[in-house]
Design a binder for this molecule. Sequence first.
Ligand SMILES: [Cu+2]
Length: 561
Amino acid sequence: MLGLAGAASARPQGGNCRGSGTTPGGGFDGNGASLPSSPFTYVPFTREMPKPPVKAPCAIIDPTNPTQSNNLPWQPGNCHHGVAPEYFNQPSDWQAGPLKLYEMDQKDGVHEIIPGVQTPIRGYDGIYPGPTFRSRMCEPMVLRVKNSLNTQTSVHLHGAHNPAHCDGYPNFYVSPGQQRDYYYPNICPRKPDGSGQWDTTESPSTMWYHDHGMDLTAENVVMGMAGFHIFTDALEEQLVADNVLPGGDQDLPIVLQDRRLRSDGTIFFDALDHNGYLGDIMVVNGAAQPFLRVQRRKYRFRFLDGANARFFLLRLTWGNFTQIGNDSWLLPQAIETNELLLSPAKRTDVIVDFTNAPNEVYLVNILKQDSGRGPGGTTANPQRLNPGVPMMKFIVEGPVVGNDATVVPGTPLRPHHSIAPSEITTTREFLFHRSNGAWMINGKFFDEFRADATPTVGSAERWILKNGGGGWWHPVHIHLESHQIVKLNGQTPAPSLRYKSDVAILGPNDTAEVHMRFRTFTGPFVFHCHNLEHEDMRMMFVFDPRTNPTQAPQPIQSYYP
Ligand SMILES: [Cu+2]
């Protein structure tokens, strides 16, 4: 039922896999009409999984050296959209290492999702997926983003604790032909005890960046504008150095997406379908159903659901996952699980141990979904006789590798501290619902000039996130801060969701109670449904943390650079 990939579902060993037109139910649009199937044929698992290049800085600058600092990118006239004001007021401990400068051009490119089919894309540096950034705690960076496209863009670093200026606020644009300097201090929040120390329980691991331009996010992302940003700190580096976690070539970010092509190879996108984009080609790191060669040892896979609206429930055809992270953060201890639920924007950081694996293992999606409404049941039975839609194939090779990483279920990773109920000063409720053919929160459409919540910096709040029903799924992403899901429909959530998240999945009629602190930065920031069509059709709110609770809201226009 899931189109092209579904053709191979009963027997994931491969063979000819016809285009999606051969299988019914390639998806439906907002009017219930069948979506056009991708008219291409290819043989799955014949192409190696691409690994996006790691982005290198173009310069490393010591800001205390006048000769070097004269070359900083935001000298007058150099950059239309300026740089975050926090750069000029930063505390002395924000910068433990040099300032790294990066340049990235948003431009058109051509990419083969299916071998031999030239597909025009919009890409960071013209590639899809975008290059992978790797950054370290307290080693700041300035990312100069050019826009060579003919559409507005805004770059959001998903999971980061960053100033409002560079968080990708939907209309803090990079205009066509212009550029914007994104200053990432690469810090985490400080401890709530007033000691001034970094709260390293909040240091992220697996972030991703993607377009967030107002009304344009869904199309820009489906055209290719997404990539990984991997963050590390002393604690995580020690876990790798101590051979607890795999590193190097055994640590791979993997983005799962779906795409639909027209007969001319272009990406099908219907800007009038507000339910949620669904593709019929399963795409992994930009390639349709690739393979990956692995040794008989442990691997760390950082899976990202980079789709606009598709959910995945992932299983392996052999063995289980050892989950070590949820969204941007490592868990307090590793957890064994046989399946992983991913909504758009969610990440799950897992270990797969191929030591005793057969020669072929498949990553499969067992979730049925034929509209943007959300998933509708599973395709698999518990015996794995019908394992679902294969996303990719692992080819397991060679002898058992000795001295392998030691992580197992229960291994301690990053400590976690719960927000105490006594810290909570404010409770807010947000209802995510459909209205007037579009998407609302609390009866309002997104308004970039309206602050919908004004928390006080230094406080903690309880947010009740409620799904307004109708069978729709809404994965809710809150920028700037991690949130702790305390209750899901009145119950303690699944073990992997009890700690830090940046996306709370609201299934039909679900209610999530989340606790969060507001730290370091004043607004404006957004929170929204991460079904990108719902987000573009205004299921998005503004929160605007401020230092003084009695202060009148600052007009959001005043933040414009
Ligand atoms: Cu939604």
